[in-house]
Design a protein around this ligand. Structure first.
Ligand code: NAD
Length: 333
C-alpha cells in the first residue's frame, strides 16, 4: 500500500496508538498533520517524546499542533485549505476506570470532540474519517465472540457509553453528509509505547521490580489482547476501504483471549520472575470478558492478526527496558 498522495490529519498523534499509526502512514509516503492536547492522564513527556520521534524520522512531512479537538476554531485553522485527504481520529480520554469519576470530562472530549472532528472534516472537504471505538461497547454480553451485529445497548462505564455514542454520531454524520466513516472497535491494545495505566505495562514494571501487583477479581476475567502492529494494519485497511462501504463498524482484535491468571503467567515467563499478587475485588466498570469475532474484518478488510501474546509481551518488555521505563513507577488507575 503506497500513500504518497495522502495528506492525513491524525488526532491523538502523540498517544500510544496515534504515534504508531502516524509512523506507519508516513513510512508509506503520506504527509501527516498531528493534533494532540497532551492530556495529563499520563506522563506528557512520553507524548512529547512520541512527537519528537516522528519529527526526527519524517522532518517536514510531519507537522504537529498542540490543541484540543473540542476547539472548533482551532480545528478549522489546522484543517481548512490543507488539501487533507482523510482524518484518522484517535484522540480521546481513554481509561475505563477513571471515566467513572469524570463522566462529564469524558463526554466532552470523546462525544463533543468526535462531533467536532467529523464536522471539521466535512467542512474542509476531506474524503474519509476513520475513528477509534472500543470493545467496551459490548459491555457484559454473554455471547462470545463479540460480533459487530450483537447488541451494544448496555455499556457499563461512562467511557464505553461515550464510544457507543461516537458510533451513533458517526453513522448520523455519514447519513447526512455522505462522508465515509469507519468505526473501529479496538480490543485491548498492547506493545511498545503502551499506555502506562494498562495491565501489561503495569505488571511488567512491577514484576520486574519485585513489587506487588493488584489482581482485580479471581483471575478468570479474560481479554482479547491485540498487538499494536496488527491494530495499525487494521486501521490502514479501514482507511483504504471505507469509501466502498459508506459507514461501517469493524472489530479489530487478537482472536486469542487470555484470562488474567494466564496473562500474569505469561508476564512471569517473559520477565523470568514470579509475581507477588495482592488479591482485590472486581473494579466497577470492568467487563468480565472480551473476544472479537473477526469474520467481518477478515472478509472486508483482509484483517488477520499475526502477533501472539507471548511475542508481543516480549517485544513490549524489551522496549520498556531499553527506554528506562522499568525503573519508573507508573500510577495505577
Ligand atoms: N489502547 C487500547 O487498548 C484501546 C482500546 C480501545 C480503544 N482505544 C481507543 O484508541 C484511541 C487511542 O488510545 P491510546 O491507547 O493510544 O490512548 P492515548 O491516551 O495514548 O492516546 C490518546 C491521545 O489523545 C489525546 N487527547 C485526549 N483528549 C484530547 C483532546 N480533547 N484533544 C486533543 N487530544 C486529546 C491524548 O493527549 C493522547 O495523546 C482512543 O480513542 C481510545 O479510546 C484504545
Amino acid at each position: 500500500m503506497q500513500m504518497d498522495n495522502e495528506r492525513i490529519l491524525i488526532t491523538g498523534s502523540a498517544g500510544f496508538i496515534g504515534s504508531h499509526v502516524a509512523d506507519r502512514v508516513m513510512g508509506l509516503g503520506a504527509r501527516v498533520i498531528g493534533v494532540d492536547n497532551f492530556d495529563p492522564y499520563y506522563d506528557v513527556d512520553r507524548k512529547r517524546a512520541n512527537h519528537a520521534g516522528l519529527q526526527r524520522a519524517y522532518g517536514d512531512r510531519f507537522v504537529s499542533h498542540e490543541m484540543d479537538i473540542t476547539d472548533e476554531a482551532a480545528l478549522a485553522g489546522v484543517m481548512d485549505g490543507q488539501g487533507l485527504t482523510g482524518v484518522i481520529h484517535l484522540a480521546a480520554k481513554a481509561g475505563v476506570r477513571p471515566s467513572i469519576a469524570d463522566p462529564g470530562g469524558y463526554a466532552l472530549a470523546n462525544v463533543v470532540g468526535t462531533q467536532r472532528v467529523l464536522s471539521a472534516a466535512s467542512a474542509c472537504g476531506c474524503g474519509r474519517v476513520v475513528c477509534a471505538s472500543s470493545s467496551s461497547v459490548y459491555g457484559n454480553n454473554e455471547k462470545t465472540p463479540f460480533a459487530e451485529i450483537d447488541s451494544v445497548e448496555h455499556p457499563i462505564s461512562p467511557y464505553a457509553a461515550t464510544k457507543r455514542s461516537c458510533e451513533l454520531i458517526g453513522e448520523t454524520h455519514h447519513h447526512l453528509t455522505g462522508m465515509p466513516v469507519a468505526m473501529l472497535r479496538f480490543f485491548t491494545v498492547f506493545g511498545p509505547r503502551q499506555r502506562p495505566d494498562l495491565a501489561i505495562s503495569l505488571f511488567l514494571g512491577k514484576v520486574a521490580r519485585g513489587e506487588t501487583i493488584n489482581k482485580f477479581g479471581d483471575g478468570t476475567t479474560s481479554r482479547d489482547y491485540t498487538y499494536i502492529d496488527d491494530i495499525v494494519t487494521g486501521v490502514l485497511r479501514a482507511y483504504e476501504r471505507i469509501p466502498a462501504h459508506g459507514y461501517r463498524i469493524w472489530n479489530l482484535g487478537g482472536d486469542h483471549p487470555i484470562t488474567l491468571n494466564g496473562l500474569i503467567e505469561a508476564i512471569e515467563g517473559v520477565v523470568g520472575k514470579d509475581a507477588v499478587i495482592n488479591e482485590m475485588g472486581m473494579q466497577a466498570g470492568d467487563v468480565d470478558r472480551t473476544w472479537a469475532d473477526l469474520s467481518r474484518s477478515g472478509v472486508e478488510l483482509g484483517y488477520a492478526p499475526t502477533t501472539s501474546i507471548e511475542d508481543g509481551i516480549a517485544r513490549q518488555y524489551a522496549w520498556m527496558r531499553s527506554s528506562g521505563l522499568i525503573e519508573q513507577r507508573a500510577t495505577e488507575s
